[in-house]
Design a protein around this ligand. Structure first.
Ligand SMILES: Nc1nc2c(c(=O)[nH]1)N[C@H]1C(S)=C(S)[C@@H](COP(=O)(O)O)O[C@H]1N2
Ligand SMILES: [Mo]
Length: 369
């Protein structure tokens, strides 16, 4: 892709993925993405910390194969002294562990009508892990950020073409977010080295932000004095009304809750079947904007508050429970959460051009025998 085409595409604000939103059956391209990028099976909401194979995965291009003996993290740009660090040096730096719920900004996309063509998530593009590594703020203090710095750009090893533009996956954070004490340059997930699909050997984790900010396979950290203009920022990950709308950037995770489906599933339809009588409903709730303050469960349209447990961290999901006495028939179970900003999950999906930040209430239909 020539520079000229890139500029024209940027100004025309193209669909970052693959054309106009559409109705109708999933395309072969969506299926191909769906089998590469898997979601959290809802029954795994039971775990406070998601076992790595059950945590959702989203990778735009290919999972790189990285030889750590040759790999270095470069830190530079508008800094007093640039640094190059191998894994050996990084693991000798002070470390922190943070328990964080990550969610893909495109979660819920395939439920939209019309549907933006991209990774076709239903509602399960989420997971919680304990990430261990060096605080980003510590590394930035080591290199000395120049006063005119405005953002920090994180670049992954992985390269591909999106929206006709060839690039390495890269995202930036405003300086103030990059300086937070809980943003981590992580080399461990749940106490073990990062699995290849989650960023081995090193990734960024930005608690509270949708997943796109947490750059995997980290290769460089560059402090910049003007806003980053790479593809994944001014073009992708925007709340847009249409292709020509510049939109606003996608940042923090909107409040959401999910429920462990009760009973047993039908193999093909996943419809739930359960026996009559008392049943404890379980689920999780999280928000990147502020603490979750309430979860309500609606049984056939009648709402009541769920019992909340304490989350393991400011940006980790909490567990909720709700006792229900199931009587024979067809029922609709819905959960919705509220956070400290007063935001509540909507009962209908918000539509936007890229299918970003949808946080519709979770609805499960059950048959009680
Ligand atoms: N280098 C790189 N980092 C990346 C991505 C990517 O494609 N390449 N995908 C991003 C997106 S969109 C999400 S939602 C999260 C997913 O993280 P996970 O696969 O560890 O769950 O990684 C982010 N970091
Ligand atoms: Mo994502």
């Amino acid at each position: 892709m020539s520079k000229l085409t890139y500029r024209r595409r940027q100004s025309a604000r193209p669909a970052p993925h693959s054309g106009e939103p559409t109705y109708g059956p999933l395309t072969p391209e969506e299926l191909q993405l769906a089998v590469r990028n898997h979601s959290l099976p809802l029954e795994a909401l039971r775990y406070d910390v998601t076992p790595p194979g059950l945590h959702y995965v989203l990778t735009h291009f290919d999972i790189p194969h990285i030889d750590t003996s040759a790999w270095h993290l470069r830190i530079g740009g508008a800094v007093e002294r640039s640094l190059e660090l191998g894994m050996g040096a990084l693991i000798r730096d002070p470390a922190i562990s943070v328990q964080v719920t990550l969610e893909c900004a495109g979660n819920g996309r395939s439920l939209l009508k019309p549907r933006p063509l991209s990774q076709p998530w239903t509602l399960e593009g989420v997971g919680t892990a304990v990430w261990t590594g060096v605080p980003l703020a510590y590394l930035l203090a080591q290199v000395g950020v120049e006063p005119e710095a405005v953002e920090v750009v994180f670049t992954g090893v992985d390269e591909g073409i999106q929206g006709g533009v060839r690039h390495q996956y890269a995202r930036s954070l405003p300086i103030a977010e990059a300086m937070r004490g809980d943003v981590v340059v992580a080399y461990k997930m749940n106490g073990s080295e990062l699995p290849p699909q989650h960023g081995y050997p090193l990734r960024l984790v930005v608690p509270g932000w949708y997943g796109m900010a947490s750059v995997k396979w980290l290769q460089s950290i560059q402090v910049v004095t003007a806003p980053f203009g790479g593809f994944q920022q001014p073009v992708a990950y925007r709340y847009q009304h249409n292709a020509d709308d510049a939109g606003t950037p996608v940042t923090r995770i909107r409040v959401r809750s999910l429920m462990v489906p009760p009973g047993i599933p039908d193999f093909y339809t996943r419809r739930r079947h359960l026996a009559r009588g008392p049943v404890m409903l379980h689920g999780r709730a999280w928000s990147g904007e502020g603490a979750v303050t309430a979860v309500e469960v609606g049984i056939d349209g009648k709402w009541a508050p769920a019992q909340l447990e304490k989350p393991a961290g400011a940006f980790a999901w909490l567990a909720w429970t709700f006792p229900w006495v199931a009587d024979p028939g067809e029922h609709e179970l819905v959960c919705r959460a509220r956070d400290a900003t007063g935001a509540v999950q909507p009962l209908e999906q918000h539509w936007n051009y890229q299918g970003m930040g949808n946080n519709v209430a979770h609805c499960i239909r059950v048959t009680v025998e």
